[in-house]
Design a protein around this ligand. Structure first.
Ligand code: SAJ
Length: 448
């Protein structure tokens, strides 16, 4: 945790409110607030508290507020004992009452920015949060938006809402954008040691945003504007989405050329420079990668430009679930079994390994297509004991029992703890979309 103090030089000549807020942040008398206590907001609240700031979390979900005030965490990367100690010490608390903003000096906003069905940005949560901030904003307040969004959001949407109160940015209040880079479940990189990019509407805003983060995080990178900061995040995740799309298309090519795409990628990955391995899969899941790039393509469309790579990668990634079902259908057909009426066990439904999140998971798309084709679908995932699927509640079945009964097992999520060798012994046929059975030889295995 860096405790680098911003030299007076950065803030020299800035308004007294900036100097006064800088002093409060530096001597830890500033009262910090975080709106949105999810996988971004709760870890950030804990880090700010750990750095010695008094923190008030604000969330519209009463269950989250109550859980935190009882000293418990609902985020897998945040330990409950740590939350309990902070709440007991009276340095962390949660509320659904936005009027507390009157007493706060800094405010980080980490609310969802989903996509509408039309793949347009859904700014509902950001607007609702900013309406509350505008209601209680006061001189000396630093506001930092962290929700992933299109370039221009902070300047074009948030700033006018806050200035409508008559307060002037860079003089009375301070406004920044800083992209969240939380990777849930990452055993190495967590909030404190992930470099933090921050860009403000004015230089004083940037310096104050950087100063706040420098009290709690290991590394802070200042950029020249909020738009740059917004675009940094979109480049990061669009890069991922497009490269996953590329490797999925390579997998389709390898299928036609009858070569092993996994062997090819592993060999290419021996190149020590100029290459970064991505892996084919059943599709693109999660609340970041399938969504963030469409915030960028939406914005570029506003200026009359088509984001062709994003659209193409989206098409390719979107067809992977169908490709997986085709693999299953062909594998059953080779065993004189129609897909219709066959029992298919989906192994792993979370959107990526070792987590419990099924949002946008490709497993749901695969299960949908399988059912449309008449297959009898069940799933087994230790991280997801039950889930709502197309209006029905489904429970995770016992893996080995399910594999024994199934006509086909399809590995969609390669959780580390799965007993792969036992499943191979037990199942009659396995379609492996993740190369999870790497190194195992059997006629039963059909690889992506
Ligand atoms: N996927 C592939 N092939 C790959 C990598 C991922 O098919 O080579 C699939 C995954 O199975 C999953 C989806 O893509 O369904 C997204 O996977 P992800 O590894 O990108 O994980 P996310 O969605 O949790 O992405 C987050 C992002 N973090 C933030 O936005 C702050 C992303 O920027 C990180 O790079 C990523 O975690 C990470 O590296 O783990």
């Amino acid at each position: 945790m860096a405790t680098v103090c911003v030299s007076q030089v950065e803030l020299a000549g800035h308004p007294a409110t900036a100097l006064s807020l800088a002093e409060k942040i530096r001597n830890r008398t500033a009262k910090a607030g975080v709106i949105g206590l999810g996988y971004v907001g709760l870890p950030l609240s804990v880090e700010l508290c750990e750095a010695g700031l008094d923190v008030t979390g604000i969330d519209i979900h009463p269950g989250k507020v109550e859980t935190i005030n009882q000293g418990r965490s609902y985020i897998q990367d945040v330990d409950s004992p740590k939350v309990a100690a902070m709440v007991t010490a009276g340095r962390l608390r949660a509320t659904d009452d936005f009027s507390v903003i009157r007493e706060l000096d800094t405010l980080n906003i980490a609310v969802p920015t989903p996509l509408r069905k039309t793949k347009d940005p859904d700014m509902t949560f950001v607007v609702a949060a900013c309406e509350q901030v505008a209601k209680y904003a006061h001189p000396g307040l630093l506001v930092i938006l962290e929700s992933t969004t299109y370039p221009g959001t902070t300047d074009e949407l948030v700033l006018p809402m806050l200035e409508a109160s008559g307060l002037r940015v860079g003089v009375d209040f301070f406004l920044c954008f800083s992209p969240e880079r939380v990777d849930p479940g990452n055993p190495v990189y967590q909030t404190a040691n992930i470099p933090k990019v921050v860009g403000g509407v004015t230089p004083a805003c940037t310096e104050l945003g950087a100063l706040l983060y420098e009290q709690a995080l290991d590394r802070v990178i200042r950029v020249s504007s909020t738009k740059v900061a917004e675009m940094v995040k979109l480049l990061e995740n669009t890069f991922r989405m497009i490269n996953i799309g590329l490797v999925n298309e390579i997998a389709l090519m390898c299928e036609r050329m009858n070569v092993d795409v996994w062997e090819i990628i592993d060999a290419a990955a021996t190149k020590p420079f100029g290459f970064m391995p991505f892996y084919p899969g059943p599709g693109l899941g999660g609340h970041c990668i399938p969504i963030d790039p469409y915030y960028l393509s939406w914005k570029t469309r506003q200026s009359g430009m088509e984001a062709r790579f994003i659209e193409l990668a989206g098409t390719i990634n979107g067809q992977m679930p169908h490709f997986v079902v085709e693999k299953i259908q062909n594998a059953l057909n080779d065993r004189s079994k129609p897909l219709r009426g066959s029992r298919v066990l989906v192994m792993g439904v979370a959107y990526k390994r070792n987590i419990d999140d099924v949002r946008e998971s490709p497993a749901l798309d695969v299960m949908h297509v399988l059912q449309m084709k008449g297959a009898l679908v069940s799933y087994s995932d230790p991280y997801v004991p039950r889930m709502e699927f197309e209006g029905k509640s489904m429970e995770s079945v016992d893996l080995l029992a399910g594999a024994a009964e199934a006509d086909c097992v399809v590995i969609i999520t390669d959780h580390r703890d799965f007993p792969y060798a036992e499943v191979l012994q037990t199942a009659g046929l396995i379609v492996d979309t993740r190369n999870a059975l790497k190194g195992m030889q059997s006629e039963k295995i059909v690889k992506l």
